[in-house]
Structures are given as structure tokens and as C-alpha cells.
Design a protein around this ligand. Structure first.
Ligand SMILES: Cc1cc2nc3c(=O)[nH]c(=O)nc-3n(C[C@H](O)[C@H](O)[C@H](O)COP(=O)(O)O)c2cc1C
Length: 197
């Protein structure tokens, strides 16, 4: 059965509006694909993972493992999960114009030459992931406008990994004075998914 990898970078547990929007999107994806293929959803909840950024020691260990071809080491669990998934859904609140640091650490661990991407002889990057689609879900206090750095970064990385179609879903302006949070959320849940093909 194809796997949908749900990378959950929401921080505020059940209070997270981003998580609520993502769960709605997951239901929409399930429904849309129910006839052709049912997805098994695998979640990586970053708030409960032991995420460590690369330091000198871990970087050396990673290089040694790569040199020895030990791509099944637990150090590469995230990279292997991303490489093997058939669809990616990333949920991350809009923080400081991008996303929480945990997602950056996850991407650092997932970006491994020989697992999620490689290089052709002429140096051109070649993606190695099975997934054709990535959905990026976020919510923000104000309006994101031209500062969609979180999505743009995730988009660029996923394209490096070989994902062809990326999609953006957001609910914005949630913390503005007088915002009708319920109405904004309902509109986002049922509204437009912006496709980047
Ligand atoms: C640490 C932090 C940084 C934030 N940075 C921004 C920001 O740069 N721009 C913005 O519009 N909202 C910002 N917000 C507001 C959140 O984007 C907004 O409340 C969002 O809906 C939170 O998502 P959640 O309900 O899933 O936690 C920030 C909130 C926090 C806690």
C-alpha cells in the first residue's frame, strides 16, 4: 500500500490550528484517492522526536557511514522515510517568517546524498524520492505575502529530492485584531490548494 508521510512540525499539540488544517487536508487527500489507491499514513511528530542538529562528531559519523555504504543505519531513518514515501505532507506553523527550528533539523537529517538525492556525472542534482507530490500546510498570525520563506525552502528541497508537484495551503491573519478565526479556518479547510507544477 502506498505511504503518505506526514511530517508534523506543529508545536502546540491539539491547540495547533496548523494541525487542524493539515488533518482536514489529509482527509481530503484520502477521500480524493479512495477509489484508485488507499494511502497508509505514517506520521513523524517532530515535537516528540529526539532531533539533534549535526555537530562535528555526528557529521564525521555520517560521513563514515556514507563511505561504508551503511545507508540503513538509524542515523538515516528520516532520509529513508522521505525517500520511500509516495506522498509528503508537511505541516508547520509560520514562525519568524518561515517555520519552527525542528523542521530545519529534520530537513538537515533528511538531505543525504545517496538517499534523497544524488549528483549526475556532470554535477546536476538528481532526486531519488518516490513521491511525486508534496503538500505544505501552514497558518500565520498576519499575512505571509512575499515572505513565504518556509514554503519556498521546503519547495526547493523537495524539488532537489525529485518531487515534481508541490502544493501550498494556508490560513492567514489568524492573530489580527477582530479576526474571525473560525471563518478563516473553514475557508482554508475547504478552499484553494495552490499548485506549483
Ligand atoms: C515563535 C512564534 C513566531 C511567530 N512568527 C510569526 C511571523 O513571523 N509572522 C506571523 O504572521 N505570525 C507569526 N506567529 C504567529 C503564528 O504564525 C500563528 O499564531 C499560527 O497560527 C500558529 O500556528 P499554530 O496554531 O499551529 O500553533 C508566530 C508565533 C510564534 C509562537
Amino acid at each position: 500500500m502506498p505511504t503518505l508521510l506526514f511530517i508534523n512540525a506543529c508545536v502546540r499539540g491539539r491547540d495547533s490550528r496548523t494541525l487542524a488544517l493539515a488533518e482536514h487536508l489529509l482527509a481530503r487527500i484520502k477521500e480524493a484517492n479512495s477509489k484508485d489507491m488507499a494511502f497508509k499514513i505514517e506520521e513523524i511528530r517532530l515535537s516528540t522526536e529526539n532531533l539533534l542538529p549535526l555537530n562535528y562528531e555526528r557529521l564525521q559519523r555520517r560521513d563514515e557511514l556514507l563511505e561504508a555504504g551503511q545507508l540503513d543505519d538509524t542515523m538515516f531513518d528520516y532520509a529513508n522515510a522521505v525517500a520511500q514515501a509516495d506522498m509528503l505532507v508537511i505541516a508547520a506553523p509560520y514562525w519568524d517568517m518561515s517555520f519552527p527550528a525542528s523542521l530545519k533539523v529534520f530537513f538537515e537529517a533528511a538531505s543525504v546524498v545517496g538517499i534523497t538525492f544524488t549528483y549526475a556525472e556532470d554535477g546536476t542534482p538528481v532526486g531519488l524520492t518516490a513521491a511525486q507530490d508534496m503538500y505544505y500546510v501552514t497558518t500565520s498570525g498576519g499575512y505571509i505575502g512575499d515572505c513565504n520563506f518556509g514554503f519556498e525552502y521546503a519547495n526547493a528541497l523537495c524539488r532537489l529530492y525529485g518531487v515534481r508537484n508541490t502544493h501550498f495551503v494556508s490560513a492567514e491573519g489568524l492573530d489580527l485584531d477582530g479576526a474571525d478565526v473560525q471563518a478563516i479556518m473553514e475557508e482554508a479547510c475547504n478552499g484553494e490548494i495552490i499548485n506549483y507544477l
